[in-house]
Design a protein around this ligand. Structure first.
Ligand code: PEP
Length: 251
């Protein structure tokens, strides 16, 4: 069954102490206000094990924001999927546009990362989305299709069924510009049809497709009201417990 999910992406913010405080704040709010969706906190690696301890894991999942494309060994500075799993985290955000743009992550690299995440029983929250020039040139459908095909379509239907997708138009990330509800629905429906063409209607129907890009309490409800928008991946607004809850409460 398709799940509604609101996932925070803290990016490179918060010291360990600040992160634990934020995780506890979100946990307290959700204890008092049971959410109508799955909630995930995407923290820096060093926060993961403490964040797992700070929250009720039945309600709040914990995600890394990346993992290595190698199993283990002499890869200084990298963190493997097995290491992420050993912290108690259940999710990993993969292919975020900042990783693609600043750290050269290609669809081929992301294919390896996805395989390792799944092999370690982590749920990938796999990000796709076009940059502004691609949207303006009307290439956004082709761009997201290629990202999905090259990084994910080698998966069996069973393996693909464990993946969560996050459509994030790069021009909307951290810019205050949000895709309109109509733009979000149009491309989410296209993504779901792409999945149906490859894996059949059942897999497509069961896949959660999140929207990301300047989502906030004031616009979450109209975005999430779309039939093919199953929640959000939230950057800036996930750094304040009240704002994050305002988005969760849209469900
Ligand atoms: C993100 O980085 O995934 C994101 C959606 O950021 P923001 O909400 O700040 O636009």
């Amino acid at each position: 069954m398709r799940q509604n999910i609101v996932a925070g992406n803290w990016k490179m913010n918060n010291t360990l102490e600040e992160g634990v405080t934020l995780a506890k704040e979100v946990n307290e709010i959700l204890k008092a206000n049971k959410p109508n969706c799955k909630v995930v906190l995407g923290t820096p690696f060093i926060h993961l094990s403490e964040a797992v301890k700070a929250v009720d894991c039945d309600v709040i999942g914990i995600a890394a924001q990346n993992c290595a494309d190698k199993v283990s060994g002499a890869y200084t500075g990298e963190t493997s999927a097995a290491m992420v799993k050993s912290t108690g985290a259940q999710y990993v955000i993969l292919g975020h546009s900042e990783r693609r743009a600043y750290y050269g992550e290609t669809n081929a690299i992301l294919k390896e990362k996805t395989d390792l995440a799944l092999a370690n029983d982590l749920t990938p929250i796999f990000c796709i989305g076009e940059v502004l020039e691609e949207r303006e040139a009307d290439k956004h459908f082709d761009v997201v299709k290629t990202q999905i095909e090259e990084a994910l379509f080698h998966l069996s239907p069973e393996a693909f069924g464990k993946v969560v997708l996050a459509y994030e138009p790069v021009w909307a990330i951290g810019t205050g510009k949000t895709a309109s509800p109509e733009q979000a629905q149009e491309i989410h429906a296209f993504i779901r049809q792409t999945l149906a063409d490859k894996y059949g209607a059942e897999v497509a129907d069961n896949t959660s497709i999140l929207y990301g890009g300047s989502c906030k309490p004031s616009n979450a409800k109209e975005l999430f009201a779309n039939p093919d928008v199953d929640g959000g991946l939230i950057g800036g607004a996930s750094l304040k417990a009240e704002d994050f809850h305002g988005i969760i409460a849209a469900f």
